[in-house]
Design a protein around this ligand. Structure first.
Ligand code: IYR
Length: 222
């Protein structure tokens, strides 16, 4: 039997042109102040802030509304240490062998290397998993759709929510990341998608002097 369709009123809030313009400008300026941070303070951030940000991420659109994501928020110093050790092992391989000359040149302006102290100093590591399949209520395996797109959108919303709350982040993707399943006890059908490092920047933290493309380089209105 096909699942039943049920609809309800949208409850859309119409803002009007002036308010739309104001909010669009404010949001764009807010987002342009976001920078990826690699030098974190050990200063704590309230857990409710992370909970609300993950709640916001969980409102993302997803293929067939399957919500094919799972977040593991790591606060434990011991687990952060295990993640750091495993990630640095992969990163050493990456920087010494796996990365092409072209790739290493592209990373040069960022000044990154295999050394990842932020995986221990930041108060939170948010491990994001992508679920190719979900479990139906009757225990059957349900295929999910557009999982990379869905989890990418949710991750973007998580980054925006944290930034809006004054929390700095770093998208970190040691490759391969299979070690996360083992350390965090997640099932094999969940694919580690990204580690989002979250916290406050260390005092005097510096970021690469790189900019963003202007609007006319990234959009055409036709
Ligand atoms: N995962 C490595 C390398 C790296 C790759 C890209 I593409 C970046 O934008 C930044 C880093 C690392 O974290 O150092």
């Amino acid at each position: 039997m096909a699942p039943k369709k049920t609809f309800q009123p949208l409850n859309f809030i119409y803002l009007g042109d002036d308010e739309m313009r104001r909010r669009a400008g404010d949001f764009s300026r807010l987002m342009h102040r976001r920078r990826s941070v690699r030098d974190f303070s050990t200063e704590p951030v309230p857990r409710e802030v992370i909970e609300d940000a993950v709640r916001a991420a969980g409102s993302a659109p997803s293929g067939a509304n399957r919500q094919p994501w799972h977040f593991v928020v790591v606060e434990s110093a011991e687990i952060k240490r295990r993640i750091r050790l495993a990630a640095e092992e992969e990163e050493r391989e990456f920087y010494q062998r796996r990365a092409s000359e072209e790739w290493l040149n592209a990373l040069e302006p960022l000044g990154t290397d295999a050394h990842k102290p932020f995986l221990e100093t930041a108060p939170y590591l948010i491990a994001i998993f992508l679920k190719k399949f979900s479990n139906a209520e009757n225990g059957e395996r349900l295929k999910n759709y557009y999982t990379a797109e869905s989890v990418g959108i949710a991750t973007g919303m998580l980054i925006a929510a944290l930034h809006n709350a004054g929390v700095a982040t770093l998208t970190h993707t040691p490759s391969p990341m299979k070690f996360l399943n083992e350390i965090l006890g997640r099932p094999v059908q969940e694919k580690p998608y990204m580690i989002l490092v979250a916290g406050l920047p260390a005092e005097g933290a510096q970021v690469p002097a790189i900019g963003r493309k202007p609007l006319d380089e990234i959009v055409d209105f036709i």
